[in-house]
Ligand binder design. Structure first.
Ligand code: FES
Length: 200
């Protein structure tokens, strides 16, 4: 396997060609926050929280590290002032949808105790983890997106969820906004006895 060399936050990193920047950073012990990434799924690039700055031949730009492949000779910065500001802004917008679970912990890490916007009730942030997990890992497609734009939402297809979900429920702990479990209960006729444990 061909290897490439790059610099991440001042560290010399050697990794296999085809590795994402996120993968290379994690391998080097550099933490980059994510909300829509899962190692078992194809990159999705929805939340943009994993933005990093890359520099090559004197040119700098921001890329989503979960989807961008590491390149030879690249310099990567994962926590500049500009990136921190962008992450704070993204988190604050997401906090207006929900303030539970991993989203809440990340917001605290970036110094946000609460959003300036009022939350009427927690909403799905459309990261797609549940939909993609069900399709890519479980090969079931019981959870899916419906609608477009502001009407886009996640649903459990009830014809299948009653037979498939009670034995699985593996998507529930993946939800960073903490809204999937109530959605699951809403569309499910036989309620499970206990909520699933968070594994994030
Ligand atoms: S983790 Fe990269 S865009 Fe969400």
């Amino acid at each position: 396997m061909e290897t490439i060399k790059l610099v991440i936050d001042g560290k010399q990193v050697e990794t296999e060609r085809g590795t994402t920047l996120l993968g290379a950073a994690r391998k080097a012990g550099v933490d980059i926050p994510t909300l829509c990434h899962d190692d078992r799924l194809a990159p999705y690039g929805a939340c943009r929280l994993c933005l990093v700055e890359i520099e090559k031949n004197g040119r700098k730009r921001l890329v989503a590290s979960c989807a961008y492949l590491a390149e030879d000779g690249l310099t990567v910065r994962t926590e500049t002032e500009k990136i921190r500001k962008l992450r704070r802004m993204i988190l604050e917008l997401l906090l207006a949808e929900s303030s539970t679970g991993p989203l809440e912990s990340l917001a605290k890490k970036y110094g946000l105790e609460e959003s300036r916007f009022e939350i009427e009730r927690p909403k799905c942030i459309l990261c797609g983890l549940c939909v993609r997990y069900c399709a890519e890992v479980k090969k079931k497609n019981v959870t899916c997106f419906i609608g477009r734009g502001i009407d886009k939402e996640v649903v459990f297809l009830s014809d299948f969820s009653n037979s498939e979900c009670p034995m699985c429920r593996e998507c529930l702990p993946l939800c960073p906004s903490g809204t999937l479990y109530s959605l699951y209960l809403k569309g499910f006729s036989g309620k499970p006895e206990t909520p699933p444990k968070k594994n994030i």
